[in-house]
Design a binder for this molecule. Structure first.
Ligand code: SAM
Length: 243
């Protein structure tokens, strides 16, 4: 049912998943500090700090980014009735905003027994990147796009040929668990390609956290390492698009 009172909203938020047992220690410390801040702002009310920390954890996996009509982010909002909607990388609905009001709009005709899904993340990304972006929600997506073979990923990634002099790009060869150059037929092992991609993602996370904590020189040196890896790993067309 659509909530119509503050108590309805409270009950819905109370029932939301917090994933608190899976939250790492650094994040728990942050939630505890934020809960203390709430107590400092509201000294006259005796608050349950543990409950507030749980609420912040609920916020992380249930809130949505509020966007303007051009999809520029304006802020974050918790819409408990919308938080019941699960994610898919091939969603059948989208979340839209008009001012402070959120709308779920179907992308195709939906029958009454079809589960409504939206995407929590940017969908125009490879499976690896999408799974990395979904980490804060503590589940592994098994939507049709995530379980099918990686031809789309190869096109989105644009891996380069192992031979640095060849300007071919790689296509997945699922039979051989490899990627093969469409120009010279040299193959790269699938595992090795995925390992380098994961390493680049990890380094990108590291560089962003250096940047957000003001460590610009450390961030700069990590970005240099990323650039070198990307030049070896991706086709020049893709690296031009990445920067
Ligand atoms: C915004 S809530 C969605 C509603 C949630 N399923 C519930 O019952 O409260 C987000 C959480 O739902 C779960 N979830 C969302 N989409 C999922 C999916 N495609 N597969 C598995 N779990 C999913 C994850 O636990 C995620 O942290």
């Amino acid at each position: 049912a659509i909530p119509s009172s503050a108590t309805d909203n409270y009950d819905l938020v109370d029932a939301l998943e917090s994933h608190i047992s899976k939250v790492d220690d650094n994040q728990l410390v942050l939630y505890a500090q934020m809960a203390n801040l709430v107590q400092l702002i509201l000294p006259s009310i005796e608050l349950d700090l543990k409950e507030i920390a749980h609420t912040f954890s609920k916020f992380a996996c249930n809130a949505h980014t509020i966007c303007d009509p051009e999809l520029r982010p304006l802020g974050t909002g918790l819409f408990p009735a919308i938080s019941i909607i699960n994610h898919s990388c091939v969603p059948n609905a989208v979340l839209l905003f008009e001012g402070r009001t959120a709308y779920v709009r179907a992308l195709q005709p939906l029958s009454s027994n079809t589960e409504v899904s939206i995407s929590y993340i940017e969908t125009a990304a490879t499976t690896l990147k999408r799974h990395n972006d979904l980490k804060q929600y503590f589940f592994t997506c098994t939507c049709p796009r995530c379980i099918k073979d990686s031809e789309e990923d190869a096109l989105l990634e644009g891996y380069r040929c192992k031979d640095q002099k060849c300007d071919g790009f790689l296509l997945p060869d699922s039979g051989k668990k490899a990627y093969t150059c469409q120009k010279c037929s040299i193959s790269r092992d699938e595992e090795e390609v995925k390992k380098v991609s994961s390493e680049i993602l990890l380094l990108s996370d590291k560089a962003s956290s250096f940047l957000s904590s003001g460590n610009n020189s450390e961030a700069g040196s990590v970005y240099k390492t990323i650039e070198q890896l990307e030049q070896k790993h991706y086709h020049s067309f893709s690296t031009t698009l990445l920067h």
